[in-house]
Design a protein around this ligand. Structure first.
Ligand SMILES: *[C@@H]1O[C@H](CO)[C@@H](O)[C@H](O)[C@H]1NC(C)=O
Ligand SMILES: *[C@@H]1O[C@H](CO)[C@@H](O)[C@H](O)[C@H]1NC(C)=O
Ligand SMILES: *[C@@H]1O[C@H](CO)[C@@H](O)[C@H](O)[C@H]1NC(C)=O
Length: 475
């Protein structure tokens, strides 16, 4: 009885909370207007005569109202890692792609190496000489999409590496290549995959003819002649000539890519790729960068991932780690800083570096204060433009979480800490305790059931012993 009264009350309250009774008449509902008058006067809707309110129109006519309901009431909402208008974009581990997808990616890269960049030119002289000998002939030329990517690296290198901008610059360079390739392919969901180089060991798992090209049978330092990248020739090789003559790299290609993974006999330190633990260690660093904001910074996440300090943060001139180590491991075009992007492995190596940067942002959630505003190398200050991107874009614009602010994220499984020896012992002890406990419990039950022998005397002794051992191992 009480209950039914209560339920009726609740029901009436809910009904009243939904719509005012004045509006809930057939005529009222059809009029689409629910603007009762507090005085009961018809020209005093919402008490407008005394300034209490207005009968506010919810314009269904304006297409932009409650965007995008006027057009569509169902749209894509992409789950983790996917992005793009149809959730078709996914930055994946190249190893995990299907043979068809791998082939499509290699073909796309090769097409980018041969397709003229539709929008941008490179200038092949410094500003002083750029008007040409007659003072009227611009010293600029077209180049291909991929060679433009290589050239941007050459033009700014030394200025873009070894400083906080390493990660922000790198990220934009990759985004630009990705966008250029999307336009070239007419496929807005095209995404650059990554190479997880933190696998330890001295085997280059992507150096196969199914992926980036195996070693040539005829030339230790060449790419297999069956493979398309053996036909790629490099640009920007004459670094010393540019320096001495005061010229700038142009789009002249000089010779094939050199590559000899794990082949640098002179330096055993760069025979092995970075280890998963190195990634874990550098992700733990809490400071984004530290003075002098250079390759000599210690306890700097940026300098650790770039690879001038050990992954745990200490600067050590004798150490090459993460990004640097993966480049040097290639012992060829990819290990020479001005030339490295000529080897397409560069792209995959850097997308992984960018993924580490993004994971660091996700974990540490830095605000802009974490990034230095001044006293950095040229073009590295937070609000300075990054050389030579066009239109100009600042480091700050790339110091953001990519999934939220840049519209992409990586499908990636980050390495987790392996068990240490003492943890393994602790686990063994816990398992032993559990096994003994259950054996003991079943013994107790049996004992009780049969009224035969009591096991209870053993119990404290076993527990005590295990506890003592457990403690000493977990210290
Ligand atoms: C979405 O819009 C369609 C077409 O106007 C309509 O038939 C449908 O009921 C709407 N669905 C929802 C959930 O509003
Ligand atoms: C392009 O660069 C090469 C190598 O530095 C140089 O020899 C050549 O003269 C340059 N070409 C032009 C048109 O500047
Ligand atoms: C490759 O390794 C050899 C030593 O084995 C070294 O002399 C050479 O300079 C290295 N090449 C590059 C480009 O790093």
């Amino acid at each position: 009885m009480c209950w039914s009264v209560f339920l009726v009350c609740v029901f009436i309250t809910l009904m009243q909370g939904q719509f005012p009774p004045e509006c809930m008449t057939p005529a009222g509902l059809r009029s689409g207007t629910c603007c009762p008058s507090p005085t009961g006067l018809s020209n005093d809707k919402c008490g407008s005569r005394t300034g209490r309110g207005v009968c506010y129109p919810h314009y269904r006519r304006d297409d932009r109202e409650r965007w995008p309901l006027r057009f569509f009431n169902r749209t894509c909402r992409c789950n983790r890692h996917f992005s793009g208008y149809n959730c078709g974009q996914l930055c994946r581990n190249i190893i995990q792609m299907s043979p068809k997808e791998k082939q499509a990616f290699i073909n796309a890269l090769d097409r980018a190496k041969r397709t003229t960049h539709p929008d941008l030119m490179i200038c092949t002289q410094r500003y002083e000489e750029i008007f040409g000998l007659d003072g009227n002939t611009m010293q600029c030329e077209s180049t291909t999409i991929y060679n433009f990517f290589v050239w941007t690296n050459y033009y700014s290198v030394g200025k873009t590496y070894m400083g906080p901008g390493f990660v922000t610059w790198d990220r934009y360079q990759l985004m630009q290549l990705e966008r250029d390739m999307q336009d070239m392919l007419g496929d807005p969901t095209f995404a650059l995959p990554y190479w997880n180089f933190a696998i330890g060991g001295s085997e280059c798992d992507i150096c196969t003819d199914e992926l980036l090209g195996a070693r040539s049978n005829f030339d230790m330092n060449g790419i297999s002649s069956n493979f398309v990248f053996s036909q790629w020739w490099i640009i920007c090789e004459s670094v010393e000539e540019y320096e001495t003559l005061g010229t700038i790299c142009n789009s002249t290609e000089s010779h094939p890519i050199r590559q000899n993974p794990a082949g640098n006999m002179a330096q055993p330190m760069i025979h092995k790729l970075p280890k998963p633990q190195d990634v874990i260690d550098c992700l733990e660093m809490s400071h984004f960068d530290t003075p002098p904001f250079y390759s000599t910074s210690s306890q700097s996440f940026r300098n650790s991932v770039e690879g001038y300090s050990v992954p745990q943060g200490k600067y050590d001139p004798a150490v090459w780690s993460l990004h640097n180590l993966a480049n040097l491991f290639l012992n060829g075009t990819g290990s020479q800083i001005h030339l490295s992007p000529n080897d397409p492995i560069f792209v995959l190596l850097h997308t992984f570096t960018n993924a580490i940067f993004d994971e660091w942002i996700r974990i540490h959630r830095p605000d802009a204060v974490a990034y230095p505003k001044e006293s950095t190398p040229i073009g590295h200050n937070l609000h300075f433009n990054m050389v030579p991107f066009w239109p100009p874009i600042t480091n700050a614009e790339m110091f953001v979480p990519a999934p939220v602010s840049l519209g992409y994220s990586y499908e990636i499984q980050w390495p987790t800490l392996p068990f240490t020896l003492s943890e393994v012992f602790t686990i063994v002890i816990v398992v032993m305790v559990l096994v003994l406990e259950s054996a003991h419990a079943s013994c107790e039950c049996t004992a009780r059931r049969r009224d035969w022998i009591s096991c209870s005397g053993n119990k404290p002794a076993v527990t005590q012993k295990m506890n003592r051992e457990g403690r000493s191992f977990s210290l």
